[in-house]
Ligand binder design. Structure first.
Ligand code: UTP
Length: 292
């Protein structure tokens, strides 16, 4: 029997410069899509995959995420006094009681790889998942993206990278997989190429913000030199993990919104609003009125 994935790491210490000034005093992961911050969608995705330890790697502006997942005594007693039971439940039930949250500080924004390495003392020797909350994934009627990836891990017992097929024009913005296709959704990775040109790209299979990693990644991260942008890159460490073990790439079912950039974030708000019980009808009418 292999090990179960019980822990998720959420790196939330990036500078979020593409969203300034919104991210001046707040992490990007606290930006709401309709009425819920990105980080809560990500936490719910982890919980839906049976994960019960959530590890947040915080940077500057470190307070709002712990505050979000903490009990809000004053707000709760105000809502209670006003008999606002529905709202009270929304404020109170942000996470199920079985879930615990751990906060770690990344003192300098030295890159995603460095942020993941900061979680080493808490993760220990077990495999774990890394979820980048700014990649919002709507899996519709399918199990959540992380649930799908945990299923792949449980069958293969090796690191699994979440991937998507992108257009040829987009390859230069992503880490790209060079691998052997095993099924229509699964690749055995031979190499990873960071942001290649169209001519040099081995495929159009791009890495997005979901990973299941064997704990040996920490050994690789500890000895990974600073790469692109002077940052310690997670992709570089996974590429080195390939030297000693198998890595799979899995094309999950679901629609991904890149909420790390303004256009993707706006698209997510429109599509989630069109599905939101409370506002969808009025919002649809409003959108029609704009184009008619
Ligand atoms: P991004 O590459 O989107 O960088 O990080 P960023 O700093 O957040 O945003 P921009 O480019 O300045 O607008 C990808 C993920 O890695 C985390 C981010 O919070 C995001 O979830 N990250 C990045 C860290 O936790 N620490 C870092 O040092 C860098």
């Amino acid at each position: 029997m292999g090990k179960k994935i019980k822990k998720a790491v959420f790196p939330v210490a990036g500078l979020g410069t593409r969203f300034l000034p919104a991210t001046k005093a707040n992490p990007k992961e606290m930006l709401p899509v309709v009425d819920k911050p990105l980080i809560q969608y990500a936490a719910e995705e982890a919980v839906s995959a049976g994960i019960d330890v959530l590890i947040f790697v915080n940077g500057r502006n470190k307070r709002s995420i712990p505050d979000h997942f903490d009990k809000a005594y004053e707000l709760e007693s105000e809502l209670e006094a006003r008999n606002k039971e529905k709202l009270l439940a929304i404020a109170r039930d942000v996470l199920p009681p079985r879930v615990s949250c751990i906060y770690i500080r990344q003192s300098e924004a030295l890159g995603l790889g460095h942020a993941v390495l900061c979680a080493k003392p808490v993760v220990g020797k077990d495999p774990f998942t890394v979820i980048l909350a700014d990649d919002l994934i709507d899996s519709g009627d399918q199990p959540s993206c992380t649930r799908q990836m945990v299923d792949v891990y449980e069958k293969n017992h090796c690191s699994v990278i979440g991937v998507q097929n992108v257009s040829r024009e987009e390859v230069s913005s992503y880490g790209i997989v060079d691998g052997e296709q095993i099924t229509d959704k699964l690749w055995s990775v031979n190499a990873l190429v960071e942001k290649p040109s169209i001519e040099e790209s081995p495929s159009t299979i791009a890495i997005v913000g979901r990973y299941i990693l064997e704990a040996s990644i920490f050994d690789q991260l500890e000895t990974t030199e600073r790469g692109a942008g002077g940052e310690i890159q997670l992709t570089d460490a996974i590429a080195r993990q390939l030297e000693s073990g198998k890595v799979m790439a899995y094309e999950f079912s679901g629609k991904r919104f890149d909420c790390g950039n303004k256009l993707g974030y706006l698209q997510a708000n429109v599509e989630y609003a069109l599905k939101h019980e409370e506002v969808r009808d009025q919002f649809k009418t409003y959108l029609h009125s704009l184009i008619s």
